[in-house]
Design a protein. Sequence first.
Length: 250
Amino acid sequence: MSETLLAARHITKRFGGLAAVNDVSLELQQGAIHAVIGPNGAGKSTLTHLLSGDIAPTSGRVTLAGQDVTGWPPERISRAGLGRSYQKTNIFLPFTVWENVRLAAQSRQQHAARWLRAADTFADTNERAHRALELAALAHRRDAPAGTMSHGEQRQLEIAMSLATQPLVLLLDEPLAGMGTAESQRMVALLLRLKPAHAIMLVEHDMDAVFALADRLTVMVNGQVIASGTPDAVRADATVQTAYLGEEHQ
């Protein structure tokens, strides 16, 4: 049985009288992709923020690699083994691909007593950055300024930056948004490469990609889970068909 690396137990987030996420539980396992789908406003991104520590839950519990991380700040959760991407690409556009990834790797190699040492002299940091570029299939773009890259490459770069921190869990918020067919195919291939060594949560509206990638699906509507299970079971669920998927995915 695969190891559960991240688990949410009955987490709820209220903003005044509104429950943006209401009593949601899920598990992310190593070697599996767990897709969270639903219409706009369903609470998917809020759920991602709760798991990553960007916002604290009103109630419930989050564990990462067996540790209770509920209420931890995002930087501490990141150091404990969580990497994530955002709906809006979050990279340093004037820097090269290599500089972006090396900066991410440096966050795990802090040497306060040697702050005058040149960054490119830390062999272990450079090795982590190189491995991340190779995994993300961006080694050939190492010296390109990030701002000159295509949208799809920038999304790959953001994932490479996460990989440079050596995460156990990846939370990916709409990584295929705005991509053409070729870029989407490259992203799907990348996620399949990353799958064996990570637990991945994928928030995505591209249903073709979701059904090609996901081992498990959770469907949210109005902050609540209305179905969770294998892709085939969710696809056949009448409630899900009515609320979200429509006839084309029956």
